[in-house]
Design a protein around this ligand. Structure first.
Ligand code: C2E
Ligand code: MG
Ligand code: MG
Ligand code: MG
Length: 286
């Protein structure tokens, strides 16, 4: 036991590195199993129209219902899924599930325009040459019009691979799918550049919303983002709205859509369906 060659090799690691490698390997193995055993679930967080304060759609957010560790949040596994490529099959599963769910809700809760669904796409997913084709098949399978699917991409993705990204964006637009910039403001893209692409909505990152009202300067930065976006004909969603003060500040900035704990946390499909049963979401009433 003590003389195995294998053991000797580990001497180049300190024990914390070994811990780290083991945890990662374990996580990767577990993620593969999770796919096979269908341990992923989708939670839904409402997105509201500012003007009417009505739910116009949801963002689909993946969770992992681990058999022994309980509910695991994306921060714990998305990066490993991304590195290993497992995000590709996981991402298609989320898309399929979210499209199926929104189609069900559209029938159950008719609205005009119909409810829409936002799904996050990671860089690895976007690098798949058959992405657009696969999405078109998922739409067809779930009888969902592409106009009711919104895909959230980050700025870095658009800048890094602008060549292939442009082809992908054009393909998505042909399916009627809207592309939105997630976590806007945390990357380095310029609005005037984004404007040259078929992108018409920005989701302003939560970090900007949480700093609203903390200083005149911070508020002005967000105000400027809104003015620029609106001048370029883009719509704006504020992410991570938590207080009524933030909400009223956003109201004066003509924010188009809001999403955040003030209205609802991401919840399972049953609870999300119940939110649709209420005529209005009620901000601030806890
Ligand atoms: P994101 O796309 O920016 O999603 C918004 C995150 O902010 C969610 O965290 C949501 O729960 C959280 N959030 C929303 N409103 C509030 C608020 O008022 N206060 C606070 N403190 N947080 C709020 P979540 O669900 O943990 O997801 C984290 C990230 O994981 C997502 O950030 C997204 O980048 C990634 N992710 C989640 N699901 C998927 C997926 O299906 N595919 C891919 N590729 N990435 C995903
Ligand atoms: Mg998102
Ligand atoms: Mg975001
Ligand atoms: Mg994100």
């Amino acid at each position: 036991r003590s003389k195995g060659k294998g053991l000797g090799r580990y001497e180049i690691f300190d024990s914390s590195m070994l811990d780290h490698v083991m945890t990662r390997l374990e996580l990767e193995t577990d993620l593969r199993k999770a796919l096979n055993f269908q341990e992923f679930i989708v939670h839904y967080q409402p997105i509201l129209e500012m003007k009417t304060q009505r739910i116009i759609g949801f963002e689909a957010l993946v969770r992992w219902q681990h058999p022994t560790k309980g509910l695991i949040m994306p921060a714990e596994f998305i990066s490993v899924a991304e590195e290993t490529g497992l995000i590709v099959p996981i991402g298609y599963w989320v898309l399929d599930e979210a499209c199926r769910q929104i189609h069900t809700w559209q029938a159950q809760f008719p609205a005009s325009p119909p409810l829409s669904i936002n799904v996050n796409l990671s860089p690895r997913q976007c690098a798949q040459p058959d992405l657009v084709w696969n999405i078109s098949k998922i739409l067809k399978k779930n009888e969902l019009d592409g106009r009711h699917l919104k895909l959230e991409l980050t700025e870095s993705l658009i800048i890094d691979e602008s060549g292939s990204a442009k082809t992908m964006l054009a393909g998505l637009r042909d399916l009627g799918i809207q592309v939105q910039i997630d976590d806007f403001g945390t990357g380095y893209s310029s609005l005037s550049y984004l404007h040259t692409l078929p992108i018409d909505t920005l989701k302003i990152d939560r970090s900007f919303i949480s700093r609203l009202g903390t200083s005149a300067n911070n508020t002005e930065i967000v105000q400027t983002m809104f003015s620029l976006a609106h001048n370029l004909g883009m719509k704006v969603i504020a992410e991570g709205v938590e207080t009524n003060e933030q909400l009223s500040s956003l109201q004066t900035m003509q924010c188009d859509f809001v999403q955040g704990f003030l209205f609802a946390k991401p919840v399972n499909s049953l609870e999300a369906g119940a939110l649709l049963n209420k005529p209005h979401a009620q901000p601030g009433s806890e």
